[in-house]
Design a protein. Structure first.
Length: 133
C-alpha cells in the first residue's frame, strides 16, 4: 500500500470541515487538533519506546513516566496548543505493584513539571504477548 493511499483512507474517516470532531491539521504531525463545539482540542498519543528496555535492564522505573509525559506534552506544543491533561496507558507482562508504583512516581513528577493533570488511564496485563512493559 502506498503512503498516499493510506493517507487518503485515513482522511476518509474525518468528519466534514467545521463539523463536530473535524480534523484541523493534515496528516504528518505527531498531534492533531479537532473541533469540539467551536474550540480546537489538541490530541496525541506517544510512548517511551526503547527507554522501556533501558529501564528494565537497570530495574529503574521511576523516570520513564517523566519521559512519557514530556513526549506527549512536546507533541501538543508542536501544534501550537497548550497541554492541560493526559491519560496514561501501561502495557505490562505481569502487574507488579512496585513497578507500577515507580512508574507512577515519574508520571506524577512529569505532570508536575509540565503543569498538567493526569485525568485517567489504563493498565493492561498482557502475559505471553509482551516482555516486561
Amino acid at each position: 500500500m502506498l503512503a498516499s493511499e493510506a493517507d487518503e483512507r485515513i482522511r476518509n474517516t474525518w468528519p466534514p470541515a467545521n463539523a463536530e470532531g473535524a480534523v484541523k491539521l493534515d496528516i504528518g504531525y505527531f498531534a492533531n487538533v479537532i473541533n469540539i463545539g467551536g474550540l480546537g482540542i489538541a490530541i496525541t498519543t506517544d510512548g517511551i519506546g526503547s527507554k522501556a528496555m533501558i529501564a528494565t535492564m537497570l530495574e529503574k522505573y521511576d523516570t520513564v513516566g517523566i519521559d512519557c509525559v514530556a513526549m506527549n506534552v512536546n507533541d501538543v506544543i508542536c501544534v501550537g496548543a497548550k497541554p492541560v491533561s493526559m491519560v496514561d496507558y501501561i502495557a505490562i507482562e505481569k502487574v507488579k505493584a512496585d513497578v507500577l508504583d515507580a512508574i507512577s512516581i515519574g508520571l506524577c513528577k512529569g505532570s508536575e513539571l509540565a503543569g498538567i493533570s493526569i485525568s485517567g488511564g489504563e493498565t493492561a496485563q498482557l502475559r505471553g504477548m509482551i516482555s516486561r512493559f
